[in-house]
Design a protein. Structure first.
Length: 556
């Protein structure tokens, strides 16, 4: 079995996320590459939550519609997903809670009386997950030793009891559809948000400040758990306004700082974003998109904040906007963002979404180009210090308080080179041009790097254009339909020359986006590119492979 999909479902509070990650790590031990799509409501308990674990010999970044194994912890898990079952699917279910009817002749079942087993072992209800995982391992032809090894590493409490429960599930099943091991080493499995966190640390992050807001909250939690190990300050203030202002104060003190939020929180940060633009303070903003307007769908995904991010804040100032498409890019581009923010003294925004941020992926650090921490331009002490010295590049040398030899004045008002408030017409013009001039040199630096990626048939006359988390599904579809895929990683300042070369001889451009108005297509139109067709999805869910393939075939 080369490419398999396992769906585990139940109520919120059933431990579906933890169970799906353990299943993924068991499959990872077979040398398979992993992707997990998580679907859950904004409820602490109740509702319906499920995860789809996809495993294949090659790296995968999207889910498939059809399911090989269904692990059902309640009736909804069967009722909602029975239409996705393959003709030879295996259904492992809680026979104390479910009624299974109307299966196809080739579909097989494993009945587990989970309530009875947990009562007999005097185990808490949550251990039903462990039991069904053990049963899945046996049904998939995976050894008990492999399952036990993973369970020991991933269960922190009552491991002996959990292993006993898992073994009962294993023994109550039999091999029904064997999953073959691959001759390749397991990779780490991480979320896109974990990769962002590690990339920021790699580039020298010292302070992270955030108010919890899905889908960025897990960065706050991850960095808080690593604060002592990496000597980080991790702060949770009372609002996003405080987050942004504290971050700018931290940058003023010379500490590399990042913040995290989603659309609603970013609304509150926009005045602070303009302050960063005027005062030329470097800060990295992680913006995890979810559907709006307003609260929208708090636990689902979107790409509807592109133009908001590109244009947020009053006035005109240089900003860097990057959009990673997988965990490797999330790691590399987060470090890149922090380095460039400090080199050019501009705000940098990492534009992500729930699908990338909370999805789990196999992560191959060795596949990435090397990136190291870079420092800013520092005052040489040869001349009196001027915080806003007007240089050829627009980048002024930095000094940090409490340097006794420098007067360091940060100003939100228009100011002269020393930071003294001014309303002089000529000085206003000079300083505005200085701030914008950094954009030209920032673009020159971006053009030195490969920030427009091309996949599939690079000579194809038709190209799918995507950004962010749609990268994976577009690449898989393009391989089957013999198309080109063009994926910009930097959205501002836009690397126009690289994009023009990437388009090459393609005569038909199809934009794939997770919003209702074609925001990236609109951006490309502004740069002079004609988009021939658009494939848009705006229900909060990611494109599955089959869904995107069907939509692409319609417009070809």
């Amino acid at each position: 079995m080369d490419d398999i999909s396992v769906l585990i479902g139940g109520k919120a509070g059933f431990g579906i996320d933890t169970a799906s990650l353990i299943i993924a790590r068991i499959l990872n031990q077979l040398g398979l590459r992993i992707y997990i799509y998580r679907d859950y409501p904004s409820l602490i308990r109740g509702g319906h939550t499920f995860s789809i674990i996809r495993a294949a010999p090659e790296k995968v970044f999207t889910h498939r519609e059809n399911i090989d194994f269904l692990l059902a912890l309640n009736q909804d898990a069967f009722n909602f997903h029975r239409g996705k079952l393959k003709d030879n699917a295996v259904i492992i279910y809680d026979s104390d809670a479910l009624k299974i009817e109307g299966l196809a002749p080739g579909q097989k079942t494993v009945e587990l009386p989970l309530a009875k087993i947990t009562q007999e072992e005097k185990a808490p209800e949550i251990t039903r997950n462990t039991c069904i995982i053990g049963s899945f391992a046996r049904a998939a032809g995976i050894s008990w030793e492999t399952a036990e090894q993973v369970l020991r590493k991933n269960i922190g409490k009552e491991i002996d009891l959990n292993l006993k429960i898992a073994r009962r599930g294993f023994d109550d099943a039999k091999e029904l559809r064997k999953i073959d091991a691959q001759k390749q080493k397991p990779l780490s499995i991480i979320t896109g948000n974990d990769a962002v966190s590690l990339g920021l640390i790699k580039a020298g992050l010292k302070t992270y400040i955030a108010y919890p807001m899905t889908p960025s909250s897990s960065i706050l939690h991850f960095l808080a758990s690593k604060a002592e190990e990496f000597n980080l300050k991790v702060l949770h203030p009372e609002s996003e306004i405080s987050v942004m202002l504290m971050a700018l104060g931290s940058a003023f003190m010379g500490e590399k700082t990042a913040v995290g939020t989603s659309g609603g929180g970013f609304c509150l940060m926009t005045e602070g974003l303009s302050l960063a633009g005027m005062s030329e303070l470097p800060v990295v903003i992680f913006m995890g998109q979810r559907p709006g307007p307003s609260t929208g769908l708090p636990t689902y995904s979107s790409q509807a904040d592109l133009h908001f991010v590109l244009n947020a804040g009053q006035g005109e100032f240089t900003r860097l906007v990057l959009a990673p498409g997988d965990p490797e890019e999330a790691y590399y581009l987060s470090a890149f963002a922090l380095n460039l923010a400090w080199r050019f003294q501009v705000p940098a925004i990492i534009l992500s979404d729930k699908n990338l941020g909370e999805g789990n992926f196999s992560f191959d650090l060795d596949s990435l180009p090397k990136i190291e921490e870079e420092g800013p331009l520092i005052w040489d002490r040869k001349t009196p210090y001027q915080r806003y010295l007007n240089t050829k590049t627009g980048i002024s040398p930095l000094a940090f308080v409490p340097d006794k030899d420098a007067v360091i004045k940060i100003n939100s008002y228009e100011h002269d080179e020393s930071g003294i408030t001014t309303e002089d017409a000529q000085m206003t013009k000079i300083m505005q041009e200085k701030r914008l001039r950094k954009g030209r040199y920032l673009l020159e630096e971006i053009e030195k790097h490969e920030t427009i990626k091309v996949y599939g048939n690079k000579n194809a006359s038709t190209a799918l254009i995507c950004w962010g988390s749609n990268k994976g599904s577009c690449i898989e579809v393009a391989l089957g339909l013999d198309l080109k895929v063009i994926q910009p990683q930097v959205l501002a300042p836009f690397p126009l020359e690289q994009f023009r070369k990437a388009v090459g001889g393609s005569t038909k451009l199809i934009c794939v986006e997770s919003n209702a108005t074609g925001q990236f297509a609109r951006l490309l139109n502004q740069h002079g590119f004609k988009i021939d067709a658009q494939i848009l999805k705006y229900d909060g869910r990611p494109f599955s492979f089959e869904e995107l393939q069907a939509e692409a075939e319609k417009v070809l």
